[in-house]
Design a protein around this ligand. Structure first.
Ligand SMILES: Cc1cc2nc3c(=O)[nH]c(=O)nc-3n(C[C@H](O)[C@H](O)[C@H](O)COP(=O)(O)OP(=O)(O)OC[C@H]3O[C@@H](n4cnc5c(N)ncnc54)[C@H](O)[C@@H]3O)c2cc1C
Length: 458
């Protein structure tokens, strides 16, 4: 047996079921990358499909003992290279940890990390409840990955992001200790807010093995307004005109390139001549919904929308939301993407989107822009052909320039996808040396040997 096979054999030995460890290269290949498709991804020693907290503890104790890096992985839908495998490490997948226990009285659910976001929504809906955070990837991303990235989504403009719905966590540290933080309590001020420290920690501080989520009553039906604009400036002014006076349940943006790509894929009659499109929703109750929809439609019209369409039909509204959710895969059909997630304070949104257009023109690359516009969170999608070295170099320059632009506007390099490996070079520019030093001290206190997700975030 080789030294590697020996090492994997010792790992099999510490797990309850040896078949949880997979080292067949045909299988491990599928666990090397997330959706950022990092070409630098390493080759893992093995993949462990943990079935319990005890499995995760056993893996972490074993990894500490042998100094083996561990990359936690949910469903691998991440867009920042956070779950990219490292050479000689373990990919620790939580996909097989899938239980959920809903308590309608406290309006909470105890969820294992491997359940998909859509499955959580479905399970709680059976109790007349709703788990709001709704990444566009909700059918393919895990709740553990959502907690680890503090995922956002379309309804977050009104309902908040993942951290706003996390009351407690079970987390396994690098040395195998399992911590229980928070609990099914709507109020809890005991001690430091350690639960929140692990939300969005991208697998560098611990492995999330259980999540206690807060639920709310089922979402009321939504009405939808869709508008086309002849200029991006008009559309961004319309966004600010809406958020100045109300809080919509959704306010999404697509530019001309995104509209064209979605229309090519879905053929649903979107206005290809528009330079920008906005999709807004109100889910207010009764007459208030009508008033909100009128307010949105008026704001769009006042900002020179070329076409404004409103509907109370939930299926029709969902078709537009689905079109927006499909924008990333649709643009990906044109070519591989460098995918950004920059956000700014709302008043700076017009400057950000116009600045991105200027970078695309200067670097001569196609950049389609979609945005959770009501949050000021944009996704510039930089299309490039990896076989074209010159174009890829220009795309990479644009990738950095867009983050520089967001930082210069008082914004962030990532609103919801996380830093991962692809954006970490820009993190110090955003947060500064003192915050980076504190981050390193926290990391060192929890994971002194640096075995948890090395290379991600810091
Ligand atoms: C088409 C498309 C649309 C998307 N739209 C959105 C959107 O609207 N909003 C949004 O926020 N994101 C979006 N995403 C990105 C992605 O789906 C989210 O980041 C999601 O939260 C990742 O979940 P995952 O289970 O796939 O995690 P993975 O990709 O497997 O991992 C993500 C990160 O979390 C860590 N991690 C995963 N599980 C654990 C765990 N149990 N414990 C500790 N660390 C862990 C990993 O190490 C990695 O750093 C989109 C992705 C795609 C492909």
């Amino acid at each position: 047996m080789t030294a590697t096979a020996d090492l994997v054999a010792t790992l099999r030995h510490v797990l309850e079921d040896a078949s949880s460890v997979v080292d067949d290269p045909d299988v491990t290949e599928g666990y090397r990358r997330d959706r950022a498709r990092d070409p630098e991804a390493g080759r893992p020693l093995a993949v462990v499909r943990a079935r319990s907290t005890a499995d995760v503890q056993a893996v972490m104790r074993w990894a500490s003992q042998h100094g083996v890096p561990v990359v936690p992985r949910g469903a691998g839908s991440g867009l920042s290279g956070g779950a990219t495998a490292v050479d000689g490490g373990i990919v620790l997948s939580t996909e097989a940890m899938r239980s959920i226990d809903v308590d309608p009285v406290t309006r909470t659910a105890v969820v294992q990390p491997g359940l998909l976001n859509a499955e959580v929504k479905k399970a709680v809906a059976e109790h007349g409840l709703w788990y709001p955070p709704d990444p566009s990837s909700f059918e393919i991303c895990s709740i553990g990955g959502n907690a680890a990235t503090n995922a956002g989504g379309l309804c977050c403009v009104k309902y908040g992001v993942t951290t706003d719905y996390i009351l407690g966590l079970e987390v396994v540290l690098a040395d195998g200790t399992a911590l229980r933080l928070g609990g099914p309590r709507l109020k809890d001020s005991a001690g430091l807010s350690l639960t929140k420290m692990f939300v969005g920690s991208e697998g560098v501080l611990g492995v999330i093995t259980e999540i206690i989520v807060r639920l709310v009553p089922a979402q009321p039906q939504a009405s939808t307004v869709v508008a086309s604009f002849a200029t991006v400036r008009d559309a961004t002014e319309a966004i600010l005109a809406v958020t100045r006076v109300m809080r919509p349940a959704m306010l999404e943006f697509m530019d001309a390139a995104a509209i064209g790509a979605v229309e090519d894929a879905m053929k649903m009659g979107l206005d290809r001549s528009a330079r920008a499109m906005l999709i807004a929703q109100s889910d207010a109750g009764g007459a208030e919904r009508t008033r909100e929809i009128e307010t949105i439609a008026r704001a769009f019209t006042d900002c020179r929308a070329s076409e404004v369409f409103a509907t109370d039909d939930p299926d029709e509204g969902e078709a537009f939301a689905a079109a927006r959710r499909f924008a990333i895969p649709a643009v990906e059909r044109i070519g591989p993407l460098l995918l950004e997630d920059v956000g700014v304070p709302l008043p700076a949104l017009p400057a950000l989107i116009e600045g991105i257009e200027a970078i695309a023109a200067q670097r001569d690359v196609l950049i389609a822009v979609i945005a959770h516009a009501g949050d000021g969170n944009t996704h510039p999608l930089i299309v490039h052909d990896p076989t074209d070295e010159d174009q890829t170099a220009r795309a990479n320059v644009a990738f950095g320039e867009i983050m520089d632009l967001a930082i210069s506007l008082g914004g962030t390099i990532t609103g919801e996808h996380g830093v991962g490996r692809l954006k970490k070079a820009w993190l110090p520019d955003q947060v500064g040396p003192d915050v980076m030093e504190l981050t390193r001290r926290i990391k060192h206190a929890l994971d002194p040997a640096g075995i948890l997700n090395p290379g991600a975030v810091l």
